[in-house]
Design a protein around this ligand. Sequence first.
Ligand code: 5GP
Length: 190
Amino acid sequence: MKLLEEKIRQDGNAVNEHILKVDSFINHQVDPALMQEMGKEIAEHFRGRGITKVATIESSGISPALMTALALEVPMVILKKQPSKILNQDLYQTVVTSFTKETNYELTLSKKFMTAEDHVLLVDDFLANGEAATAAIRLIRMSHATIAGLGVLIEKSFQPGREKLKSQGIEVYALARIGKMEENYIEFID
Ligand code: 5GP
C-alpha cells in the first residue's frame, strides 16, 4: 500500500536493523484517516470469505483491527494480555514470547466471545517473528473457531514470521513489507 509506505518513509523511524518506530501515526499517536484506509484495504482483501469476527492482540493491534471490523461489519475481539497466570475456567489462556519487551506474558480470551461457529480474521500492527500471531491463533483455535488469515500493517520480511504462519496453513496479507532495515534506512519489497 503506497500510502503506508510513504508515511513510513516520512514519519517512521528505523532505530536499528530490527526495530521500526511508528509511534507518531500507528501505536502511540494514531492517524485515524490513514488507519481507516488501512482497515478498508485489509477488509477488501478478505471480503466474501464468511468472516464473522476480527480478533487482535492488545494493544497496538486494536486500531487497525477496529477499522477492519468496521469495514467488514463484524465485531472485533481483543485478546487480552495478563502479567501472570491466574486460572479461570471462563477463559482460554496461552503464553506469548514478546519480541519488543523480551518477556513472556499470558494471552486470554473469554469463552463467551468465540465459538466453533466463528470464522476469524486476525489483525495486528506488525509481523516480526510471528510469536504473537502464533499464540493468538492457538488461543482462537481453543474455541474451535476457524482462522481466515492474518492481516498486518507492516511485515518485517527479514524476520521469519510469514514462513512460520505459512507452515501452520495461515495466509498472511501485509500492507507494507520491509525487506531490509538499517538506522535511518528502509527498503520495501512488493
Ligand atoms: P512477533 O511476535 O511477530 O515477533 O512480534 C509481533 C509484535 O511485536 C507486534 O504485535 C508488535 O507489537 C511488536 N513488534 C515487532 N516488531 C516491531 C517493530 O519493529 N516495531 C514496533 N513498534 N513493534 C514491533
